[in-house]
Design a binder for this molecule. Structure first.
Ligand code: MN
Length: 263
């Protein structure tokens, strides 16, 4: 069975009946990174930066390479359960110790594009998930649950972060919805198009940052700053997201791809 499945997969890739969709934003100096309120004295995540070592020149005549630096949670990135205090006591909960089967799974897409158009602070609800399941079937165990908002299509970093006097205004989750996914559906984790997996106003939610709090508390993972979710079917794709193997890393930038049937 497994050999047949791998053969069928290879054949589908070669014949072009499966497409590979890139769900990753480009890393550069203007890639938006989450900046938490300075008045709390909270730490700062480095934006991405890159420094030339050589480019076929006197520093290295035959080769081109760079140094780069950034926070673990920069651009399209992976959140490991160790990222949150609620997930700190799980075993194998960091980027280097997570079992690699957590890096591959079926993806389902919850499309709240319409709701978010009229409400940047939209919180995806448990009712939304129940209606989705009534139409598309139960969210399978081992799935990545992708929250489509088209937020990744914002034209500028300012519009993307949408910071106002009282913090960010970007969509997120009702705590009941994440609790259901974490406790009633044995998913790998959730992925969002926003800069983090929680809403811009998540510090004021109860609990604060409910997606981080509840998901990582249940030893689930997260993906943030995804794009191109509009190129995926609602069900029937497979997502691959393997973080850098940073020792005791809380997360890392990641190239996220999905295998999906061609239309
Ligand atoms: Mn993160």
């Amino acid at each position: 069975m497994s050999k047949l499945a791998i053969d069928a997969l290879s054949e589908a890739l070669l014949s072009g009946s499966l497409k590979v969709v890139d769900l990753t934003v480009t890393l550069d100096a203007v890639t938006p990174t989450l900046q938490l309120p300075e008045e709390f004295g909270w730490g700062k995540s480095w934006p991405f930066s890159k420094e030339l070592i050589s480019r076929y020149d006197e520093k290295g005549p035959f080769w081109y390479w760079n140094n780069f630096k950034c926070g673990e949670h920069t651009g399209t990135h992976f959140d490991a359960p160790i990222h949150w205090v609620t997930g700190k006591d799980h075993e194998d909960h960091a980027t280097d110790t997570l079992p690699p089967d957590r890096f591959v799974g079926p993806a389902v897409v919850l499309d709240a594009t319409e709701q978010v158009k009229s409400n940047s602070d939209y919180l995806l609800s448990l009712d939304f998930i129940r209606s989705w399941e009534a139409e598309h079937g139960e969210i399978p165990a081992g799935a990545w649950v992708l929250y489509r908002t088209d937020w990744s299509k914002k034209a500028t970093p300012e519009e993307y972060l949408n910071m106002q006097e009282d913090g960010g205004h970007t969509p997120g989750w009702d705590p009941e919805a994440v609790a259901f996914l974490a406790e009633e559906r044995d998913i790998i984790g959730v992925g969002t198009e926003t800069v983090g997996t929680d809403a811009g106003q998540a510090p004021a939610q109860e609990p604060s940052f409910p997606c981080h709090n509840i998901m990582h508390g249940a030893n689930k993972c997260g993906l943030a700053s995804l794009c191109n979710l509009d190129q995926l079917p609602t069900v029937g794709s497979v997502l691959i997201a393997a973080p850098l193997k940073i020792k005791e890393g809380s997360g890392s930038p990641v190239r996220v791809i999905a295998l999906a049937p061609c239309d």
